[in-house]
Design a protein around this ligand. Structure first.
Ligand code: GCO
Ligand code: MG
Length: 424
């Protein structure tokens, strides 16, 4: 019988963002699977969860028992549904699907039930300091064949400029041509200051400009990144209604999902939610009460392909489409897992895609390919993405950089103009 002989977690940062990839080795030398376990803000905690707990639990087991192993890992800690543990389980789960595909000689989408489409439409991000710069970036992406574009002023939140320890007050001023009217009090702590009003007004102004220049038939998106108080989010959604967004992403933090019912009553704006979700009780009510239109969980943070395919089926029953989270802090293995599900699920909506900057394609041979706005898998058995371990070792994670585990994550220290620590 084929057995699992070792489970380990590889940490690497080839493109400057820390990634975690789990490798499940088997008694058949040369047969292994890879899975994404990237929780970039807590990488070493995920590695410990994999190597201290899942490795001893799984050695000697049959890697084809994917469902049973998922349930085992999930329940074995008794307390469950944390992003650290779910990412660790996802690393194993995706690796087991990879192994099954390699044994069958089939890509994972075939194991799931085959293709519902040849490739997945993606959206990419256009950023800018002002509406004109965003427009230029939208046009650049459209020329490159990208049809769906997410538009952000200065990344998330409309920061005027990042604060520094020496000047914590200077950053709530002007953004995208909109002036803030608040200053921070003496003694305000350092952080990423932003003013929700400046953010909202500047984004509305941005969409007025973009629609005036582009017309209505370019599908545009926007990510609120959970930054607003619930009633501010409700008003913002109403203000965005005339701009005909493809969807608005994460308008509320998971702590306030009850507010979706109210937002829904006031505006017919397609809503996408869930990159921070870790617990089924967060998505169940939103889906079964038809309060969102797209589910966009981070697949590794909910525990991998096994729970994601069930979630997609639940969504299908309620008319909700998928839009799995696809930022830079997902390994190419994780992007491939997103894509195999995208190709299969009937209720696929769209795929966020952040690209594979160098040297990711050399470190991860077999990366999916983007052609004319569509993402294609490479048709190799399993997930189709490998890791060049010696090369990966040349890009270690660093403790002193914000996005790496062990360092201090600075961008999540967002503050309101009066110094209050707020959500990113
Ligand atoms: C997105 C996301 C990301 C997250 C990041 C956190 O929509 O792509 O909001 O950019 O901020 O994954 O580490
Ligand atoms: Mg987001």
């Amino acid at each position: 019988m084929l057995t699992i002989t070792r489970v380990r977690c590889i940490l690497t940062a080839p493109a400057g963002i820390g990634l975690a990839v789990v490798k499940v080795e088997t008694s058949d030398a040369g047969l292994y699977g890879l899975g994404c376990a990237t929780f970039t803000q807590r990488l070493t905690a995920v590695k410990a969860a994999v190597e201290d707990y899942l490795d001893p639990l799984l050695r000697g087991r049959d890697p084809s028992h994917i469902e049973d192993i998922w349930q085992l890992c999930y329940q074995n800690s008794y307390w469950r549904n944390s992003p650290v543990l779910n990412n660790a389980i996802s690393g194993v789960d995706q690796a087991l699907w990879d192994i099954l595909g390699k044994r069958a000689g089939l890509p994972v989408y075939q194991l799931l039930g085959g293709k519902s489409r040849p490739a997945a439409a993606v959206y990419r991000h256009a950023d800018g300091r002002d509406p004109q710069e965003v427009l230029d970036n939208v046009l650049r992406l459209r020329e490159a064949g990208i049809r769906y574009v997410r538009c952000q002023l200065g990344g998330y939140g409309g920061l005027a400029q990042p604060s520094t320890d020496a000047a914590p007050y200077n950053n709530v001023g002007v953004y995208g041509g909109v002036k803030g009217n608040m200053r921070s009090p003496a003694g305000a702590l350092p952080g990423e200051y932003y003013d929700p009003d400046v953010y909202v007004l500047s984004v509305v102004r941005m969409f007025e400009y973009l629609r005036a220049q582009l017309g209505m038939d370019v599908p545009l998106l926007h990510d609120v990144h959970e930054r607003l108080a619930p009633i501010e989010a409700a008003r913002f959604v109403k203000q965005l209604e005339p701009f005909r967004l493809f969807f608005l992403e994460d308008p509320l933090p998971p702590e306030h999902i009850e507010w979706f019912a109210r937002i829904r009553q006031h505006a017919a704006v397609p809503l996408a939610m869930g990159e921070l979700f870790t617990h089924p009780l967060e998505w169940k009510p939103l889906i079964t009460q038809q309060l969102i239109d797209f589910i966009r969980v981070h697949i590794s943070t909910i525990g991998g392909i096994t729970p994601a395919r069930k979630l997609a089926a639940l969504c299908e029953a309620f008319g909700v489409r998928t839009a799995w989270h696809g930022p830079g802090d997902i390994s190419p293995v994780g992007h491939a897992a997103n894509l195999h599900l995208d190709l299969h699920v009937p209720n696929f909506g769209i795929q966020e895609f952040s690209g594979f900057p160098d040297p990711l394609p050399e470190v991860f041979p077999g990366c999916p390919e983007l052609r004319d706005g569509y993402l294609y898998v490479n048709e190799a058995p399993g997930l189709g993405v490998d890791i060049h371990e010696a090369l990966a070792a040349r890009y270690p994670i660093h403790g002193d950089m914000a996005q790496f585990s062990g360092g201090v994550v600075r961008w999540t220290q967002s503050r309101l103009p009066d110094g209050t620590l707020w959500r990113p």
